[in-house]
Design a binder for this molecule. Structure first.
Ligand code: AMP
Ligand code: TRP
Length: 334
């Protein structure tokens, strides 16, 4: 059986990168897989969070998943801290993963910055918790954006080392990353060489899923460009990261390829193209935003989805966690 697990941190609102790189693909994959989608609140606290904002953001991210089209009846949507197996398995993986492996993680280096001594131990061990998320359900496929590739490789290494160390061949599957679509790495609207991110101090750098039509149009109008008209073919995008990013976003939103999109706007000025892009973004995101607003007016419903999801997730995780404890040699006195 193929099973999907993926997660998003509730560290603020979802942005266009989260949508095009991850959530939109989940919606497509839900027809072919059994899916578990998680709001990873325990990952969020690896950097400081305001408790009230964390609670609100957990509900918002769940609402965004539902509004984007994930079916919470057929699949599971829940928040991580409600299923204790994530923390239990993460501890075991802290004892499987090697310091040398974690030392190579580029996301830790980026997030910790210069002041590494002051980063939390949780931020360092973040990839072990992520491996635990996936393997607690023996998930086989993990749809994510490009930036999570290295963490997925680590999860595979942890699974393989556990299987090998405890002599339990094929106990954990080696999870496969699914990095799909034309926008696996959406860049900042203000700098085509930087990833669009929730933590960028400039609001103009990203389109949030909650931005209204005026905000979306304004942010696209103000997006950084270069002085040349749009290129005639894909090759002409070399060395033009902003043009490549905006055309990539258009391609993803219109379900076409980058080559088709480049051909469509060949030789146009940025002004005209940006108008088309803004119209498309508003048309595609508008209905999702309306549905999100409706859901956030009915928090009792959102909470009922998260409660039901946690119960169903726990029902899958519990027997697997019991098996893991047996393998490790933890005594459960029954
Ligand atoms: P995060 O917001 O870091 O929890 O990311 C949630 C999901 O969105 C992960 O699958 C990421 O790989 C994906 N993602 C985040 N930022 C981007 C981006 N700028 N472009 C594409 N995918 C992204
Ligand atoms: N680390 C991921 C991110 O920031 C979020 C995440 C946590 C995740 N656990 C996961 C993604 C398990 C996929 C599978 O994007």
């Amino acid at each position: 059986m193929s099973r999907i697990f993926s997660g998003v941190q509730p560290t603020g609102n979802l942005h266009l990168g989260n949508y095009l790189g991850a959530v939109r693909n989940w919606v497509k994959l839900q027809h072919d897989y059994e899916c578990i989608f998680c709001v990873v609140d325990m990952h969020a606290i690896t950097v400081p969070q305001d408790p009230k904002a964390l609670t609100a953001s957990t509900r918002e991210v769940a609402a965004a998943m539902i509004a984007s089209g994930v079916d919470p009846k057929k699949h599971i949507i829940f928040n991580q801290s409600q299923v204790s197996g994530h923390a239990e398995l993460a501890w075991i993986f802290n004892c499987v993963a090697r310091l040398g492996w974690l030392n190579r993680m580029t996301q830790f280096k980026d997030k910790a910055g210069k002041n590494r001594e002051n980063a939390s131990v949780g931020l360092y061990a973040y990839p072990n918790l992520m491996a635990a998320d996936i393997l607690l359900y023996k998930a086989t496929h993990v749809p994510v954006g490009e930036d999570q590739k290295q963490h997925l490789e680590l999860a595979r290494d942890i699974a393989a080392k556990f299987n090998n160390d405890f002599g339990v061949e094929n106990f954990f599957p080696l999870p496969e990353p699914l990095i799909l679509g034309t926008a696996t790495r959406v860049m900042s609207l203000k700098d085509g060489t930087k990833k669009m991110s929730k933590s960028d101090p400039s609001e103009l750098s990203r389109i949030n899923m909650t931005d209204d039509a005026d905000d979306i149009a304004k942010k696209i109008r103000k997006a950084k460009t270069d002085p040349e008209p749009l290129p005639g073919d894909d090759k002409g995008l070399e060395g033009r990261p902003e043009a490549a990013n905006l055309l990539g976003i258009y391609a993803a939103l219109s379900d076409s390829t980058l080559t088709e999109t480049v051909a469509k706007f060949a030789g146009e000025g940025f002004g005209t193209f940006k108008q088309h892009l803004a119209d498309l973004a508003v048309a595609k995101l508008g209905p999702i935003q309306d549905e999100m607003r409706r859901l956030l007016d009915d928090l009792a419903y959102v909470d009922s989805v998260l409660k039901d999801g946690a119960e169903r997730a726990n029902a899958i995780a519990e027997p697997i966690m019991a098996e893991i404890k047996d393998v490790v040699g933890f005594l459960t006195v029954r």
